[in-house]
Design a protein around this ligand. Structure first.
Ligand code: ZN
Ligand code: ZN
Length: 135
């Protein structure tokens, strides 16, 4: 495995860390109310990796907006670091990576909640959840 394909990240205080290798399956943004609230920001950005390509170290707590959907954060500093719903994928928060500009999103979800001043590049856009089209 090429060392350049290993991506590290973690919380603000450094207690909870991750290492991901290979390429993400997809990279997206979400403007939904839950993503806004759990991040404290106006949207969430994340890279989705196959769970078996990610190693987590340290202590985490979780909060579930939907049953089984675990928003995992550091109990010391409160940083949201990853999301796991027990499937074979894990969402790593883009802002938790140790380096900037690693991945570019290709889609955004819940654009009906997007701030009107926010300019994003031309992305595949879903008014609500990814893959759902509403009129
Ligand atoms: Zn921390
Ligand atoms: Zn969301």
């Amino acid at each position: 495995m090429d060392e350049r394909d290993v991506f590290t990240g973690g919380c603000a205080c450094g207690q909870l860390t991750f290492k991901a290798h290979g390429a993400p399956k997809r990279v997206g943004l979400c403007h939904c109310m839950t993503c806004r609230k759990v991040t404290g920001s106006v949207f969430n950005a994340f890279a989705v990796f196959p769970a078996d390509q990610v190693t987590i170290s340290g202590d985490s707590r979780s909060w579930e907006a939907v049953p089984g959907g675990q928003n995992r954060f550091c109990p010391q500093c409160g940083s949201l670091v990853f999301y796991s719903d027990g499937s074979d994928e894990i969402e790593l928060m883009l802002g938790a990576f140790d380096r900037t500009d690693l991945f570019k999103p290709t889609y955004e979800a819940w654009t009906k909640r997007r701030e009107s001043w926010l300019c994003t590049p031309d992305l595949i856009s879903y008014p609500e959840n990814r893959g759902e089209v509403t009129s």
